[in-house]
Design a protein around this ligand. Sequence first.
Ligand SMILES: C[S@@+](CC[C@H](N)C(=O)[O-])C[C@H]1O[C@@H](n2cnc3c(N)ncnc32)[C@H](O)[C@@H]1O
Length: 241
Amino acid sequence: MDFSKRSRESELMDNPEVSQQTLENVLRDINRANRILGGNRATIKALSQLVSQNPRDSYTVLDMGCGDGAMLREVVLFFRRIGKNVKCLGIDLNGNALRMAREASLDFPEITYLKKDILDSDASGLECDMLITTLTLHHFYDEEIPAILKRFGKLARIGIVINDLQRSPLAYSLFKVFSLIFIHTAMAKNDGLVSIARGFTKAELTQFSKGILGVEHKIIWQWAFRYVWIIKMNRLTRTYE
Ligand SMILES: C[S@@+](CC[C@H](N)C(=O)[O-])C[C@H]1O[C@@H](n2cnc3c(N)ncnc32)[C@H](O)[C@@H]1O
């Protein structure tokens, strides 16, 4: 394996032909890994910082690449805990993932889902206070990322939280061991390794951050082999009406 640059290998789950049942099992594996390794907690912590720095009664949160909506349900539970209103929109390209998300979110009227390609340049109506994207940025090639980030930057009024994988030989080897016990599907075992090989170094994320000017960037390493990149927009959230 060459870890000096991001792999361009595709993840099997990105094939639109993958059946609902297979995708369901793969997303269940990803959710279990997130739960055990605490991946989603880091996103909630980052959101919580943005909320405390921008106190309001209600917020909107957009999740780009929401999968089965597990992250958004945690976002809603967080806002319910702190007694603030939230409206969430989950975007994903995969209709089967969205079907699962809708079924699993029956008790979460705060969330709606929309089938849309993140690469679609028409992002009208997606403006939000906070934009999150977890384990999704690595699905894109280097040459696609600057335009995606620029669009994200136009949509979010308060901030952006990007949570994604660190590319490292140690993470790759440890995932092999982890997946022997905790990952049950061959597709998630394969895609977990491909995801790490498609992950990022801090230097690469810092380089991407130079494309979004006039904002504050913070890139934090978190266990287990994640980078949480918080972008504070420093933008007025209120209109003059
Ligand atoms: C690894 S999953 C992450 C799901 C969830 N955010 C999580 O943290 O568990 C990546 C998600 O990105 C979605 N995705 C990949 N490319 C996309 C695109 N071009 N537009 C919208 N969604 C996309 C996939 O369908 C998948 O649900």
